[in-house]
Design a protein around this ligand. Structure first.
Ligand code: HEM
Length: 408
């Protein structure tokens, strides 16, 4: 069989197969050539990896460097003005998601204790309280309301603010600038301005913490004398951004997906014990952190292809998680399937540090919402829901919902 030629125009992003499925071209490509050359719009040739096994293997291989941009979740071609990468990029202080060992190891190690399953379990009750309070507020509103604004975004923002000791009253600074940072086709200088606005704010906060530490995670980190203020601000940025944008989009898009699958939603309402499994399946099915990339520091064999040293390698978690070689009927949401093994929290040394926290937030969030709003429904036709195809974390911009009754 002849192999398809390199894709000429970068990664297709339009959700032409529906709001939850990979773009058709991506599915076709994965089935034909799961490790495929790709010409980026700026003309340089790199690779696109879409098959489950290959994506997993590449995330496990540290020869694929994470030092590939100014930080997090950027593709070199979607930031106008950003040059193609020709060598591992300089590291941004504190941003360990974009570092390699040993620098990555040094910073991540300082945080693992704070994110253990046990520590997160201890927080669970408190997270449930935050969810319930937010649902009280929601119930006081007259529908229709935007669920993203009133629920999906506030819950993880409140949780991460409290964990980090960032005043929630200052949320405008980080929510608006995080969104700018994650938007595609925004000029590099605008992205940098958004990044600088958040880190300048955080640098002031951690400077105060260092002088008078509180009971929060950034204060704990500020006690490490070997961390500079710049590093602390960078770590704070990463935790703040990763801590609210991802989970917010899972709650928003996840609710949309459940409303579009009313039978499974009814089953879930009737038996909330199904929720942990359903959350894993929603993670797989939706893959809100879809596209990531790495930089090859060597010639590396992957899925029968040789990725040349110096190549930019993009990979699609959505495509991998919808790979029929790994999951049966992958484009079907099935809350009964064993979705374990999905790659939505990444894999290897950069695997998501906040995954236990995210799971607790999602379980508490969906459980509370389903229990208290038994008649929840979309307030607009599904095809009018605004999808975040212009953002580096997928989801819905708004989710107008309505209801006729609430419960306690
Ligand atoms: C890393 C997804 C929630 C903090 C990652 C990675 C993915 C991911 C795919 C790997 C990135 C890579 O390999 O380049 C998600 C999803 C979430 C979520 C889908 C929600 C549903 C959170 C939360 C936090 C968090 C709540 C809390 C603070 C981090 C950090 C890293 C990371 C610090 C970098 C880890 C490292 O480089 O060692 N996440 N995440 N994430 N995540 Fe999450």
């Amino acid at each position: 069989m002849s192999r398809p030629a390199p894709i000429p125009h970068g990664l297709p992003m339009e959700r032409d197969a529906g709001p939850f499925d990979p773009p058709r071209d991506i599915t076709r490509l994965r089935d034909a050539r799961p490790v495929s050359p790709m010409v980026f719009p700026d003309g340089h040739e790199g690779w696109l990896v879409t098959g489950y096994e290959a994506v997993r293997q590449l995330m496990a291989d540290t020869r694929f460097s994470s030092r590939k941009d100014i930080g997090i979740l950027h593709m070199p071609y979607d930031v106008p003005g950003m040059p193609a990468i020709t060598e591992p990029s300089p590291q941004v202080p504190g941003l360990f998601i974009a570092m390699d060992p040993p620098d990555h190891t040094r910073l991540r190690r300082m945080l693992t204790g704070a994110f253990t399953v046990k520590r997160m379990k201890q927080l669970e009750e408190h997270i449930v309280d935050i969810v319930e309070r937010q649902l009280d507020e929601l119930a006081r509103l007259t529908p229709p309301v935007d669920l993203v604004k009133e629920f999906a975004l506030p819950v993880p923002s409140l949780v991460i603010c409290e964990l980090l000791g960032v005043p929630y009253a200052d949320r405008e600074t980080f929510q608006v600038n995080s969104a700018k940072f994650l938007e595609r086709n925004v000029q590099l200088d605008e992205k940098m301005a958004a990044y600088n606005a958040i880190t300048t704010y955080l640098a002031e906060l951690v400077t105060r913490n260092r002088a008078a530490p509180g009971e929060d995670m950034l204060s704990d980190l500020a006690r490490h004398d070997d961390l500079t203020i710049e590093e602390l601000a960078g770590i704070g940025f990463l935790l703040l951004l990763a801590g609210h944008e991802t989970t917010a989009n899972m709650l928003g898009l996840g609710t949309f997906a459940l409303l579009e699958h009313p039978e499974q939603l009814a089953e879930l309402r009737a038996n909330l014990d199904l929720l942990p499994g359903a959350v894993e399946e929603l993670m797989r099915y939706l893959s809100v952190v879809d596209v990531l990339f790495r930089y090859a520091t060597d010639d590396i064999e992957l899925g029968g292809e040789i990725i040349g040293k110096g190549s930019t390698v993009m990979f699609s978690m959505l495509a991998a998680n919808h790979d029929p070689q790994r999951f049966e009927n992958p484009d079907t949401l099935d809350i009964h399937r064993t979705a374990r093994g999905h790659l939505s929290f990444g894999h290897g040394i950069h695997q998501c540090l906040g995954q236990q926290l995210a799971r607790i937030e999602m379980r508490a969030g969906f459980e509370g919402l389903l229990r208290r709003f038994p008649t929840l429904e979309l307030a607009i036709p599904a095809n009018e829901v605004k999808l975040r195809t212009n953002m580096n974390i997928y989801g819905v911009h708004e989710l107008p919902v309505t209801w006729t009754e609430t419960a306690q």
